[in-house]
Design a protein around this ligand. Structure first.
Ligand code: NAI
Ligand code: MG
Length: 339
């Protein structure tokens, strides 16, 4: 049986994570969940938002399904998400954005995937103030783009496209202005594209890409880009398909892979039992795909989509004033899987 680290997380985390593991169990895939603490739950229990036992567990299992974590404010803690990214070299952040029938969105035909480089670029953390007589007169930041890091992420995007039978990779950049950092990324993209004659390749400048994404999102398939552009584009793409409650992401690394919903711990609805578990369940789907459990992954995704399309048993974020909550949605999805 596959052993996977499970972090229930904070706020709505435990309820949506429970929904995800019940749905996965109903699909017939057997997993031995190794429950570990992180976030506020860990601060309260052991005084550390990311205990060594949790890191050890991810290191040995190499796979983790993670609920959202509340970032403790004021305690001087580092962000757990950043620490995990560095500890396991989680270089690829992958987010599908595929329209859901039954949701109110501007577009009905979005089917794209963003692959964001997650360790370099402007988020490398090399920045400082320049101070004169204690006054900040300027701030400087360095973007890091390495050949190795660029090849790794671009190749990941092409390999994913091939495996998922997608047709095109679009590289997003600003090489007209950032001639070195964005320029190198684009140059490497063009080289690697030649190794994948079966997959289309084009490139877009980030600003033009934003406009096209909100006018003709159906023209995009796989997007690969550097850290900052990817951070923004992946949220933009989530917005195109109906937002936070429906979007999952994978953080793929050399040493581990961590799957999570895109949203946070939603403290405003944490005790109400009304959180939409769909994003967390779809994070589970991405995890099953990663495990090669394609049959179960497709079955669960279809069940989630069917429940949302029917529009009857949905949470209030999908249909205002809906009386249904997290548990009802989970049960509705499980019923579809068993039908
Ligand atoms: P949030 O994503 O938790 O909530 C934003 C809004 O969306 C809220 O109104 C919330 O009720 C709603 N929402 C989020 N997920 C939902 C769901 N599944 N169903 C229905 N409604 C949902 O973002 P916020 O409030 O900025 O952050 C809260 C905490 O979560 C913070 O401590 C933040 O640091 C943390 N966070 C953690 C993340 C992670 O662990 N990956 C990601 C984002 C935020
Ligand atoms: Mg972001």
């Amino acid at each position: 049986m596959t052993r996977i680290t499970l972090i229930p997380g904070d706020g709505i985390g435990p309820s949506i994570v429970q929904a995800a593991i019940d749905v996965i169990a109903a699909s017939g895939v057997q997993i031995e969940w190794d429950r570990q603490l992180a976030g506020m739950a860990a601060v309260e229990e052991v005084g550390d938002p990311l205990p060594d036992a949790t890191l050890e567990s991810i290191r040995s299992n190499r796979l983790c399904l993670k609920g959202p974590l509340t970032t403790p404010v004021g305690g001087g803690y580092r962000s757990v998400n950043v620490t995990l990214r560095q500890a396991f070299n989680l270089y690829a952040n992958v987010r599908p954005a595929i329209s859901f029938e039954g949701t109110e969105t501007l577009f009905k035909n979005v089917n794209l995937l963003t692959v964001r480089e997650n360790t370099e670029g402007l988020y490398a953390g090399i920045e400082h103030f320049i101070q004169v007589d204690g006054e900040k007169i300027a701030a400087e930041s360095q973007a890091i783009v390495t050949r190795k890091g660029s090849e790794r992420i671009i190749r990941y995007a092409f390999e994913y496209a091939r495996k998922a039978k997608r047709k095109k990779v679009t590289l997003v950049h600003k090489a007209n202005i950032l001639k070195c950092t964005s320029g190198l990324f684009l140059e490497i993209g063009r080289e690697i594209a030649k190794e994948y004659p079966d997959i289309g390749f084009d490139d877009r400048i980030i600003d033009a890409c934003c406009m096209q994404l909100v006018m003709k999102p159906e023209t995009f398939d796989v997007i690969v880009t550097t850290n900052l552009f990817g951070d923004i584009l992946s949220d933009l793409a989530a917005g195109l398909i109906g937002g936070l409650g429906l979007t999952a992401g994978a953080n793929i690394g050399t040493d581990a892979a961590i799957f999570e919903a895109v949203h946070g711990s939603a403290p405003d609805i944490a005790d109400k039992g009304i959180a939409n578990p769909s994003a967390m369940i779809l994070a589970g789907v991405m995890m099953l795909e990663h495990l090669g459990e394609m049959g179960a992954a497709r079955k669960i995704e279809a069940a989630v989509r069917e429940v949302i399309r029917e529009g009857k048993i949905v949470t209030p974020d999908i249909k205002k004033d809906s009386p249904y909550g997290t548990r009802d949605i989970a049960e509705a999805i499980i019923a579809k899987l068993k039908a």
